[in-house]
Ligand binder design. Structure first.
Ligand SMILES: [Zn+2]
Length: 366
């Protein structure tokens, strides 16, 4: 089977560049080597993502985030002390994406025309890959998203962000948010959240329900009539925790035509992960569990049209908290064989790897 194109629905690329100081033009081994001896973060020296590794794995399209949280003065969760600071952080992240565009590493995809043009380039390169001359590296397509909407100081910023190419918004991240309540928090979306969703709907933005606590999840689904996806979210039936979706939530998403990207963060793949004690080795976490979560979504849906990949690789964790058989993001190409062994057809596998998210965008952007 030819290696399918992979659409990764969640990567914090700019966060890695600006907060981890990783130049993603380096190879993964080069980035790891540069972090030897650093102890400021648990994932130092364990990164898995670089542009080179993405190209090796045919991860030709991704959803790339802007991310910055606002927190009150006494919050135990880290974050910025004003929404304006959070806005400035996301604008800095955008400046990095623009710089990588100028360097020819990535290309922004913000409409259907750009999407088809980009897919055409990658298909052409794959078809011509047997030629003798080494082809110039292809730019990786990225769709800009916002993980947690706290940086939207006032709603008119959303229109500005839309003009910058922002196409998907997750109203909350971890903890309480300005517009919705996120993972480990509780409560609904309130008038702020409803106003945000109305504006997103007017701008035809995608609602990313990832990280919403249950109450905010259900209220958001009710209040929002536009396109909905879950960029990186696993199944509560397999790993009991509010960060994962219940079967009822997954079924509601399928009914809305959503795609759910399965994430590779180990604590979301296997139950009972203990930070600092559990390891890929002693838990046996591997891409098999990623396939389990994908399969659970497909079984609930009754087809393979609603599951995808939202790896979240290097989303504040590295190989110390990822599947044992994932050394770099290029190893996402091991998934097709695992799915094939479970009886998935070539067409189903292609849909899970990229087809479902691409179909979703083609529909959302017509
Ligand atoms: Zn996340």
């Amino acid at each position: 089977m030819a290696r399918p194109l992979i659409f990764d629905a969640h990567l914090d690329l700019s966060m890695n560049a600006l907060e981890w100081n990783r130049d993603l033009r380096w190879t993964v081994p080069e980035i790891r080597a540069s972090e030897q001896g650093m102890t400021d973060r648990p994932d130092r020296g364990n990164g898995t993502v670089s542009f080179d590794a993405m190209r090796q794995g045919r991860v030709g399209v991704c959803v790339a985030t802007q991310i910055a949280r606002f927190v009150r003065r006494d919050s135990p969760i880290p974050g910025w002390h004003s929404q304006e600071q959070a806005w400035a952080q996301t604008q800095g992240q955008l400046a990095w994406y623009r710089a990588m565009e100028e360097a020819g590493e990535i290309v922004q995809i913000a409409d259907a025309t750009a999407l088809e043009r980009h897919l055409g380039r990658w298909a052409e390169a794959e078809a011509g890959s047997t030629s003798v001359a080494a082809p110039a590296p292809l730019p990786i397509g990225y769709i800009l998203s916002l993980e947690g909407a706290d940086s939207i100081v006032t709603l008119d910023r959303l229109e500005r962000a839309c003009a910058q190419g922002l196409r998907a918004v997750g109203p909350a991240h971890y903890g309480p948010g300005v517009y919705a309540q996120g993972t480990n928090a509780a409560g609904g979306i309130g008038e702020n959240g409803r106003a945000l969703l109305r504006e997103m709907e007017r701008l035809n933005m995608i609602l990313d329900v990832t990280h919403l606590c249950d109450e905010s999840f259900w209220e958001s689904l009710d209040a929002f009539a536009g396109p909905v996806w879950a960029s990186h979210n696993n199944c509560r039936a397999l790993v009991p925790h509010g960060r994962q979706f219940s079967d009822e939530q997954l079924e509601a998403l399928v009914a809305r035509g959503a795609i759910v990207g399965v994430a590779l963060d180990a604590w979301m793949l296997v139950p009972g992960w203990v930070r600092g004690a559990s390891t890929p080795g002693n838990t046996g976490v591997s891409l098999e569990q990623v396939a389990d979560h994908i399969d659970h979504i497909c079984q609930l849906a009754g087809n393979a049209l609603h599951a995808g990949i939202g790896s979240d690789l290097d989303g504040a964790f590295g190989t110390e908290q990822g599947p044992a058989d994932v050394n770099t993001i290029a190893d996402l190409q091991r998934l097709p064989a695992l799915l094939a062994r479970r009886g998935y057809s070539a067409g189903d596998i292609e849909n899970v790897c990229s087809g479902n998210f691409l179909r979703f965008l083609r529909t959302a952007w017509t």
